[in-house]
Write a protein that binds this ligand. Structure first.
Ligand SMILES: CC(C)(COP(=O)(O)OP(=O)(O)OC[C@H]1O[C@@H](n2cnc3c(N)ncnc32)[C@H](O)[C@@H]1OP(=O)(O)O)[C@@H](O)C(=O)NCCC(=O)NCCS
Length: 177
């Protein structure tokens, strides 16, 4: 989005992270919408935050304010967490911010009581796969042809990979402790 460019540019100087509030729902929904074929509307995001999902946002700060430039949301049930979604605004991708966001988020998931973090990802999503592998997620399952191919009907479908990361205290502490 063109009007956001000062935040994106200056935000490279100052990017930070915090738990999401319902006031962030519109920006989260906008980033989700540009990132995935099936969007979530603002009310769904609000419900997840109010239901107690672990939700974190990445903020780019400029002298005249701040803007949400990324988010991650997980559902935690007892000692298991599922990463439901993570995305960065397309303007700030490719600069390594996603690692910091996911590490912060994993730390909060762990504080919420989870010792395992699960997720599902298309095997064609190379940036996401590279990110998850770098942070210690390992493949534990594969659903053949689960996702449609963006190239359309007739193109080979993509497999869904299920991945898990051990968050138990025996594992190395996340780097952004
Ligand atoms: C997934 C996502 C959050 C990653 O953030 P990003 O800013 O694009 O990724 P980063 O710049 O942090 O790079 C992560 C790793 O992927 C690698 N990478 C980036 N683009 C790549 C590509 N096209 N092919 C292969 N590797 C790639 C990077 O080199 C980096 O690995 P490295 O640190 O070992 O070099 C972001 O791409 C996004 O929001 N995508 C849309 C939503 C989405 O797909 N979410 C995941 C759903 S499961």
């Amino acid at each position: 989005m063109f009007w956001l460019w000062p935040w994106f540019w200056l935000g490279q100087l100052y990017t930070t992270f915090r738990p999401a509030s319902i006031l962030d729902s519109s920006r989260i929904a906008a980033i989700h919408d540009e990132s995935f074929a099936i969007g979530w509307d603002r009310s769904e995001i609000e419900r997840m935050i109010l239901d107690g999902h672990v939700a974190d946002v990445m903020i780019s700060r400029a002298p005249i304010g701040e803007v949400v430039t990324g988010f991650a949301i997980s559902r935690v049930v007892l000692d298991e967490a599922e990463l439901l979604t993570i995305a960065l605004d397309s303007e700030v991708r490719g600069r390594g911010f996603s690692e910091s966001l996911l590490e912060r988020h994993s730390q909060r998931v762990r504080q919420a009581g989870a010792t395992s973090h699960f997720l599902e990802v298309a095997d064609a999503n190379e940036p996401a796969l590279a990110l998850y592998r770098k942070l210690g997620f390992v493949e534990i399952g594969r659903r053949k042809g689960y996702y449609p191919n963006a190239k359309g009907v007739g193109a080979a479908r993509h497999d869904a990979l299920t991945m898990r990361r051990d968050l138990s205290p025996l594992d190395p502490t996340p780097r952004f402790a």
